[in-house]
Design a protein around this ligand. Structure first.
Ligand SMILES: [Zn+2]
Length: 379
């Protein structure tokens, strides 16, 4: 009768010690408890609800699901600029800088002041930063995160701005906007050689998937096409570039902000090309999957997926149950004013649920990374 309490005490003491050891060895608390260290923001350009719905049907018929459907928080986002129907520059300004502006303006207010992007705010806080797109890097959406211009057509200025921004990783198309005007294939309006300047500034310049894989640690400028990418081999895939970006930016101890854009959903939808629109959407979804796979393992990475606007006003009106044949109608060949879907996963994801204005999204990012004074407008 005397031994029993002693035995219990020993068991309790051992159990307590075991718990202490477990606490000491386990990583900090998982998603929802830990602060947001990394943000991966994925934008499907032109990817309205109707397009994700059609892509689901194409992928798996009646029960089809996208990788983005694994994300537990769903929202709906208003896309208007100072006009009811936005273009990609004003939408990019809202999603990057949290401010409404006129269509065609790249991270600038209607009266010509600069709007700081969330990528710039993250960089200023010591986070690593990256932009990965399938369009030209000088196109409207990436431009809004790393450059400033009163018009989206000012691509020479935008390319120079992207480089000057010090963004650690720039992967996409658009080499023509980085080469001096006299060089064959250039689309620049003057003689600055931004490829040489990038090299001088410490960037490794990559032209192929292989060069990207072998590039040393440090800043990278990946130019995989003269203008928009084809998204066909031998180019790197959007998912492949996303994995490479995460691997490299993830080494920064102060976290990273990565923008990934499925840029070409929009252009295919402008042309009312159903198969090509779905192909681009599914390629974008693969990149979402790559981001999610990392975030699920990491536990400190927030992943947010949305669109800048809908393009084409697509409706699925009939089709086979396996989704192989889809009969659709298109409402037009331009952007529409419909609200777009948002998906979120990871620490802070809960803040993105419900109905949001597009300007709220980077404001929430700013709060999560502790960037005070956002949105920020300067001369
Ligand atoms: Zn468009």
């Amino acid at each position: 009768m005397i031994r029993r309490p002693r035995f219990s005490f020993l068991v309790f003491a051992l159990a307590g010690l075991f718990c202490l050891l477990l606490q000491a060895c386990s990583p900090p608390a998982g998603p929802g408890h830990e602060s947001t260290r990394n943000i991966i923001f994925l934008i499907g350009d032109g990817m309205g609800n109707s397009i994700t719905s059609a892509a689901r049907a194409r992928k798996g018929g009646l029960t089809g699901l996208l990788r983005m459907d694994e994300m537990p928080v769903i929202g709906l986002v208003r896309t208007s600029s100072t006009a009811l129907v936005t273009d990609s520059a004003a939408a990019g300004t809202a999603l990057a800088g949290g401010v409404k502006t006129n269509n065609k303006s790249v991270a600038m207010t209607p009266d010509g002041k600069k709007v700081q992007s969330i990528l710039e705010a993250a960089r200023n806080r010591g986070m690593a930063t990256g932009i990965v797109v399938t369009s030209s890097l000088a196109d409207a959406t990436p431009a809004c995160f790393g450059a400033h211009a009163p018009g989206r057509w000012l691509k020479s200025r935008i390319a120079a701005g992207l480089l000057a921004s010090g963004t650690d990783l720039l992967l996409g198309g658009g080499s023509a906007h980085f080469l001096p005007r006299s060089r064959e294939g250039s689309l620049r309006d003057e003689e600055r050689d931004l490829v040489r300047e990038a090299g001088d500034a410490g960037y490794a310049v990559c032209r192929t998937k292989e060069e990207l894989a072998e590039a040393p640690d440090g800043k990278i400028l990946g130019l995989f096409a003269r203008d928009d990418m084809t998204t066909e081999p031998p180019e790197p895939t959007l998912a492949g570039m996303t994995v490479e970006a995460i691997r490299r930016l993830g080494r920064n101890r102060r976290g990273f902000f990565l923008l990934v854009e499925g840029s070409l959903i929009d252009s295919r939808a402008h042309d009312n090309l159903l198969e090509e629109t779905l192909d681009q959407t599914l390629k974008f979804d693969e990149a979402v999957g790559a981001a999610l796979d990392f975030a699920k393992k990491d536990g400190r990475t927030l992943v947010v997926v949305t669109a800048d606007h809908d393009t084409g006003g697509l409706s699925v009106v009939d089709g086979t149950v396996d989704g192989a044949v889809l009969k659709v109608t298109w409402g037009g060949d331009n952007h529409t004013g419909e609200a777009v879907p948002l998906f979120a996963f990871g620490p802070g994801a809960g803040l993105f649920g419900g109905f949001k204005d597009n300007t709220e999204i980077p404001r929430i990012f700013a709060r999560l990374i502790g960037a005070a004074d956002f949105p920020k407008i300067s001369e």
